[in-house]
Design a protein around this ligand. Sequence first.
Ligand code: PEP
Ligand code: MG
Length: 325
Amino acid sequence: AQERYSSIRDKPALTRCGTRIGMHMNAGLMADLPSLTSSGAEGVGLFRTELQFLVRNQMPKRTELAALYARVLDAAHGKRVVFRTLDIGSDKVLPYMKANDEPNPALGWRAIRVGLDKPGVMRMQLQALMRAANGRPLTVMFPFVAQFEEYRAARAEVDKTLAREARLGHVLPSKIEIGAMLETPSLAFAPRRFFEEVEFLSIGGNDLKQFFFAADRENELVRRRYDTLNVSFLTFLENIVARCNETDTQLSFCGEDAGRPVEALCFAAIGFRNLSMRPASIGPVKSLLRRCDLGEVRAVIHAARDRGDMSVREAVMDYVRGQHQ
Ligand code: PEP
Ligand code: MG
């Protein structure tokens, strides 16, 4: 399938109307890095750091993590890699950490909540990242931020760690960018000040959608019940785009839906300019984007909404079928 798209691999995702969409890839293993070249991705929009913690029976050591992150940065050859700090809890439980018997783990003590309440692991990971960067730029993203204060507190940990590294005589990153994942509806309604302070935002669509519709992403009975192209969800996303545009906040979308061509097209039409997806999706998404005019897609979306359609999918699919290869 990759071969089918090789002719556009080194071309930008430039829509027929001349809008350029940034195509980034999701990764989580060193073995994913060669895809950066083979897929034509512009960078790693999401590096999930859980796997190195999940595959062992004890906490990985800082030196091991620093070595791995350094290899990831080496393999990226200067392309941006967004490292997401540990997102444990919920569906990702560490075998060597005492399991909490939580009735609703997806809504429980997970991700940044664990990071802030028990900062030892987060500090160790931040140090490992800084040492891996070793004078290169570093990009860190915090998962599951539900309110402004959590972002501020996490940032304060970064500043503390930077100061500590400097005191210890380590080379600091040449530049550090700190962003947040927007995965809970609450963050979309954070004060304007949050949007001004955060350096970038990335929509974690898998979680955001599960919380928007209150439908467990792991539960077969409900996970496909609500369409991502449901008018309510798209309107919600549009509001996030508007808030980011008002405050000049970098925004991307990194959930699984970013790798589905029709969904990706709709996200671009409502204003997303950066998408991050599994490497194999880059070709199909780019191919569709290059055939379409976002103004036309926007008109199709608005017409479907005005008609009262529950989802814009049918209307956009009709439009897509009319765009020739
Ligand atoms: C998401 O929630 O969309 C996301 C990218 O994170 P994860 O799938 O790892 O929860
Ligand atoms: Mg998530």
